[in-house]
Structure formats: structure tokens, C-alpha cells
Design a binder for this molecule. Structure first.
Ligand SMILES: [Fe+2]
Ligand SMILES: [Fe+2]
Length: 191
């Protein structure tokens, strides 16, 4: 699916379904961090006008998603807890090359992979989540997350040669698959 080289395993699906409230809590933080990541790119690359304009739109959309998830939490009388961090994203970050402009290419590709993996997990939840309202929520977010992963790749292609981007996507695909296989099936969006 998408650019992903390995699918989510069945154990994660079982864990996620056993703890829907923890998935929603972590999901809220994922949307918050997706918006923050877009704003961080504006901060890092203010002179890349196409990137800046696209990230403004993306950050607002991610905040709209955060509002939707907050509503689901409130319906269930769940109060947002502190962000516990995201080992999957942190592991991806360790592979970002340290020097520009390659660093920028890697940030964009990482953004794409996080969106693609989120999209894959949303599609699982859209089908398997334990309640109708959760399945509806994830169905409603699917198209938008698929658009986000394509957006990051398109921006990467805008600023870097197509062949270089393709090669790096392949490398990150293998790295991302290794990270996913090494996870311990926690009740989090990327656990
Ligand atoms: Fe989102
Ligand atoms: Fe997104």
C-alpha cells in the first residue's frame, strides 16, 4: 500500500481494538504533531515559497483533524493527557542526513512516510475499530491523509531531481519497514 514496504501486523490491530480510548488519545497528539511538523518546515525553510504555502494549508487541515479527534474524546468524557512521545517518528528522525540541502529532502520524505503509515492505520481502523463512530471518523480522514503523503512527495520533487527523490524514497521505505517490524504493538497510532 502507498510507498510502504511492509503492512501493519495483525497483533497491532488486536491491541488497538482492545484500547480504542488510548488510540484516540495518541491520535490527537499525532494530529497536533503533524501540524507542528508543517510549521517547523516553514521555520526551517522560509525562503521556499511553494513549501511555505503548502505547509500553511497542511497545518490548518491537521488542526481541523485535531478538533475532530478532540470532539470524539469529549463525547467519551476522556480528557487529553500529556504527549508520551512517538518512538516510530523518533526512529525515523535518526536517519535524517545532517547537511542541507539533503536534510530538507529527508524531512519531506519522512513527512510522507509518517502520513502514509497513518493512512494505512486509518484504513485498518476504518474497517476494524470497535464502534461505528470510530469507523466513520477514520473513513472520513483517509482521503485527506493520502493527499498529505502525496503532497510531501510532490514538494520533494519540486526542489530535488526526480531520480534522487525516488532513490531516497526506496531507502527510507526499507528503513521504515525495519522500524515498523521492530515495534512492540502498543495501543498507539504508530505503535
Ligand atoms: Fe491529519
Ligand atoms: Fe496528515
Amino acid at each position: 500500500m502507498l510507498c510502504l514496504q511492509c503492512p501493519t501486523n495483525a497483533e497491532w490491530i488486536a491491541v488497538a481494538n482492545a484500547h480504542p480510548e488510548l488510540i484516540l488519545l495518541d491520535h490527537a497528539h499525532c494530529e497536533k504533531k503533524a501540524a507542528a511538523f508543517a510549521l517547523a518546515l516553514i521555520n526551517r525553510y522560509p525562503n521556499r515559497t511553494k513549501l511555505v504555502n503548502e505547509m500553511i494549508g497542511l497545518a490548518s487541515e491537521e488542526l481541523e483533524h485535531l478538533a475532530l479527534v478532540m470532539k470524539e474524546l469529549e463525547i467519551r468524557s476522556i480528557v487529553l493527557t500529556r504527549d508520551k512521545g512517538n518512538a516510530y517518528v523518533q526512529a525515523l528522525h535518526t536517519h535524517v542526513r545532517p547537511h542541507e540541502p539533503l536534510r530538507m529532502m529527508d524531512w519531506l520524505i519522512i513527512g510522507a512516510f509518517i502520513e502514509a503509515r497513518s493512512c494505512e492505520r486509518f484504513s485498518i481502523l476504518a474497517e476494524h475499530a470497535p464502534t461505528e463512530d470510530m469507523r466513520t471518523l477514520y473513513k472520513s480522514l483517509l482521503a485527506s491523509e493520502a493527499g498529505h503523503y502525496r503532497l510531501y512527495f510532490d514538494i520533494a520533487r519540486e526542489y530535488f531531481p526526480e531520480a534522487d527523490v525516488r532513490a531516497r524514497i526506496k531507502e527510507f521505505g526499507a528503513l521504515e519497514a525495519d522500524i515498523i517490524k521492530g515495534l512492540t504493538n502498543l495501543p498507539t497510532m504508530h505503535g
